[in-house]
Write a protein that binds this ligand. Structure first.
Ligand code: GAL
Length: 324
């Protein structure tokens, strides 16, 4: 009885050992842009944790807004022997060079959160950014069906800014044509920084006065700067403000009524799916194509996984996943 138990344990241990030996340890190169929005540290940490769970490793670099540097970092990672790249492109066009270079060295690239355009990109995984813009505009229109609207968009080198704006206009255009609302100020920032939101909002008020019903910002950092400007002008709480990311500070501003809504994109799902995808590709496992849609990147229809974002208001704040 005792002997057969030992024998059984030995067989199970061997089976487990051979199973884990059979799995290729994948080396992932993770190229980030910057850490201006709090979310990116969380993206990085979750990708590393998921890779560990899948018996794989991650090396990380952040290019801090410098696309030349990001290309150098990619080259270095490929030299070090990474099997696959997960790329948050600094610049939607310039980053195509990273994809071209990686392919010359038989390394595949997953575009993470932001799309790389004009190249033979392997995969794209993100939240549906057109939907982000649509949800912002729909919710703001339901709160302010008539009046003057302001749009403060993200930088144009980030494709998400383009998609978000597209989504906003899908919803706002009919209301503009009906004469219900008017866009009195529409601008994109240079960087996703709070200070830019502040400067643009100050400029908007100086040019147009304070008869504004709603401001839609492309993310929570910009919204936070906008709220600072509104505070200084004594307008906070009188003008609706939308953001995106469900950052912890934005959730606090929603609780105090200074910000009206944000859009939540639970990072955990994105990070976990991207890492699983990276490991599967590097292990030559089949990717379930039924779960993929196709997004045009001005070169091809890129196989893409698009997750669904969620609106967060004061009423639904308890349902917002904690992104910290
Ligand atoms: C965008 C991203 C947003 C926001 C922003 C600034 O690409 O979709 O969630 O964080 O970058 O980093």
């Amino acid at each position: 009885m005792y002997r057969s138990a030992i024998k059984f344990t030995f067989v199970i241990a061997l089976a487990l050992l051979s199973f884990s030996c059979g799995q290729k340890k994948v080396h992932i190169g993770l190229l980030l842009d910057d850490f201006v929005s709090d979310r990116w540290e969380r993206d990085r940490d979750l990708i590393i944790a998921k890779a560990q769970e899948l018996e794989s490793t991650v090396i990380t670099e952040a290019a801090i807004g410098d696309s030349e540097l990001q290309l150098k970092q990619a080259r270095e990672m490929i030299k070090q022997g990474v099997d696959i790249l997960i790329l948050v492109p600094v610049d939607l066009e310039a980053s195509a060079e990273i994809v071209n270079y990686a392919h010359k060295h038989r390394v595949k690239v997953i575009s993470y959160d932001r799309l790389v355009s004009g190249c033979d990109l392997d995969y794209y995984i993100s939240y549906d950014n057109v939907k982000v813009g649509e949800l912002q505009a729909l919710t703001m229109l339901s709160l302010a069906p008539k009046g003057n609207f302001v749009l403060i968009g993200g930088p144009n080198y980030d494709n998400n800014s383009v998609f978000i704006k597209m989504g906003q206009m899908n919803i706002l255009k009919p209301a503009i044509e009906k004469g219900d609302i008017k866009i009195i100020y529409d601008i994109s920032v240079e960087r996703w920084e709070e200070e830019e939101g502040y400067n643009k909002m100050m400029e908007c008020i100086e040019k147009n006065g304070s008869n504004i019903q709603a401001v839609i910002a492309a993310n929570d950092n910009l919204a936070s700067g906008i709220i600072k400007a509104l505070n200084e002008k004594g307008l906070v709480g009188k003008i609706l403000v939308a953001g995106q990311d469900a950052e912890r500070d934005a959730l606090k501003l929603i609780m105090t009524g200074e910000q009206s809504i944000t859009i939540s994109k639970p990072i955990e799902n994105l990070a976990s799916m991207a890492t699983q995808m990276a490991v599967n590709i590097a292990r030559n496992l089949k990717i379930d194509s039924t779960k993929l849609s196709h997004i045009n990147n001005n070169f091809k229809m890129v196989p893409s996984m698009l997750l669904i974002p969620i609106v967060v208001t004061k009423e639904t704040i308890n349902l917002a996943p904690d992104n910290k």
